[in-house]
Design a protein around this ligand. Structure first.
Ligand code: BYC
Ligand code: FE
Ligand code: FE
Length: 473
């Protein structure tokens, strides 16, 4: 019997026999997957200082304790309902939201839920080797906090599949545990989630840029007319903020350290690597990689899928309430498009441009984060800056994917691209270097790898040198 003690929830699990039965079948498979694909080497002999969501109110967050990873209590939470909530956009604007899935939208909704759900276990799989190369116990704990919360996000989507999509939903829930990141036979659905993340610079860039796609997609799903989807994703967003915090401060602390090394060597960039820091060029390349891949996650610029999601009220714009026109029927969106190899501005029917609208929001959100990173150089009196590459750079989805562009957005021949791409994207040499400075994990409390500055404060007001991850005797 699954108890509320094991599965903290606010969906009345104790009295929901149908959900109980479905989860009783699924949960053991989940735990098996977590053992096989969750953090390697930290499953049974370690306890971790983790936050567990116990309820959706602010106090529900204050629950911290030392737990073994497989014993984490993955809960099921919906944000509080909004009274008399109405459909906020699309053809059905103003009608009451749905508490059940309308038959005509069932396939589309299932596809959105499955795509969202697939990313969550994928990221855990991608990150599973990082523990053995951690820069500190503090960072190791943050990695595991992110991992268990992505596990919980999978639970959130599986809850929807089991509760609202019947037999197909149950099948999809099993498939979510069967696909594997990077596997050529059964890959994860979206490309960014098939890329390896085997060093900590990749991890921090991923949580900065790819988890931020999580933020923009969850914001648009939280506008959905399917109320349980809206409420589930709204609660997930509170956890997403922490993932981006881990990424943004992780990179910030690397930059901080790089600045210190640069100043000590009077600004000679070549010295950074030899002193065990991460040089700016390498940081910029990893930024270029994860940013461009995360742009792809927003789909094609012009998309009939996106138009149809919007028309049907399934997926809206981030902060839909801030727009005036919620039908977007006669409106157009100015967009740069390629015409005979040239970039020209064109008006695209707004509904078809919804992926691009969200991408624009995303780029703006990334740019603010970048501003905070660049302030670190400024504070150190250095003129170096990081940049977001042009959105045409290194794309594999959408209209720019057929051509090559430089980070400044200049069109390149295939030959030029092949010749120059290692200057812009991580190459074998960079990966080798990063692996060399991350060869050994640091498990001593309060000690940090040479390439990263300590954080400003510890977790939950604990000291920085707290033993956040413990080996059990
Ligand atoms: N890779 O009209 P188009 C997160 C496919 S991250 C591979 O452009 P559409 C997290 C597409 O499926 C948030 N394939 O795209 C972060 C379609 O296939 P079909 C994840 C791709 O339908 C970190 C075709 O290309 N959530 O939570 O508008 C850690 C043309 O489609 C990709 C969501 O994504 C790609 N990148 O789809 C943990 C929300 N992009 O129909 C977690 C749910 C497109 O030709 N998903 N394709 O077979 C959606 O809303 C939409 O499916 C997409 C774009 C935004 C992904
Ligand atoms: Fe997530
Ligand atoms: Fe996340």
């Amino acid at each position: 019997m699954l108890s509320s003690e094991r599965i903290p929830n606010n969906v009345d699990l104790a009295n929901n026999k149908r959900l109980q039965r479905a989860l009783e079948h699924w949960q053991p498979k989940y735990l098996e997957w977590w053992q096989d694909m969750g953090p390697r080497g930290f499953q049974d002999q370690h306890s971790v200082y983790l936050r567990t969501a116990m309820s959706v109110d602010p106090e529900g967050w204050a629950h911290f304790e030392m737990v073994r990873l497989p014993e984490y209590r993955w809960g099921i939470f919906l944000a509080d309902p909004v009274a008399d909530r109405r459909i906020g956009f699309g053809d059905l604007y103003g009608e009451p939201v749905w508490q059940e899935v309308p038959g005509e939208f069932r396939n589309q909704l299932r596809r959105l839920v499955v795509t969202q759900g697939d990313t969550e276990p994928a990221s855990v799989e991608q990150q599973r080797e990082l523990g053995s190369r951690c820069p500190s116990l503090y960072d190791l704990r943050n990695l595991f906090q992110v991992n268990v919360e992505e596990g919980r996000h999978l639970w959130a989507m599986v809850y929807l599949l089991h509760s609202y999509f019947g037999r197909d939903g149950r099948d999809e829930a099993e498939e979510l545990l069967a696909r594997r990141s990077g596997n050529s036979d059964r890959p994860r659905i979206l490309e960014a989630f098939n890329q390896p993340i085997d060093n900590w610079l990749d991890f921090f860039m991923f949580t900065m840029f790819t988890d931020r796609d999580g933020k923009s997609q969850l914001m648009s799903l939280s506008e959905s007319s399917l109320d349980p989807l809206s409420r589930t994703t709204r609660f997930m967003l509170t956890e997403e903020a922490h993932h981006m915090f881990v990424g943004e401060t992780g990179v910030a602390r690397i930059i901080e350290r790089t600045c210190e090394i640069l100043k000590a060597s009077r600004g000679v960039a070549e010295d950074v690597r030899s002193k065990g820091g991460i040089d700016l060029a390498t940081i910029q390349k990893h930024l270029n990689f994860w940013f461009s891949l995360s742009l792809d996650l927003h789909g094609s610029e012009v998309s009939s899928n996106a138009a149809s999601y919007f028309a049907n009220g399934l997926k809206g714009r981030a902060r839909e309430e801030t727009y005036k026109d919620h039908k977007a029927l006669d409106a157009y969106y100015p967009m740069n498009v390629l015409e005979n190899d040239r970039v020209v501005s064109q008006e695209v029917p707004l509904r078809n441009a919804m992926n691009e609208v969200l991408r624009d929001w995303y780029v703006g959100d990334c740019a603010s984060g970048l501003g905070r990173w660049n302030a670190i150089f400024e504070r150190h009196g250095l003129s170096d800056r990081l940049k977001l590459p042009d959105r045409k750079f290194n794309r594999a989805i959408g209209m720019y994917s057929a051509f090559h562009f430089s980070p400044e957005g200049r069109r390149l021949s295939n030959e030029d691209w092949e010749r120059l791409k290692d200057d812009w994207l991580p190459c074998e040499d960079d990966t080798k270097f990063l692996r060399s400075i991350m060869a050994e994990p640091i498990f001593e409390p309060g000690i940090f790898a040479n390439y990263i500055a300590p954080p400003r404060r510890g977790v939950n007001r604990m000291p920085i040198n707290f033993r956040y991850v413990r080996t059990e005797e």
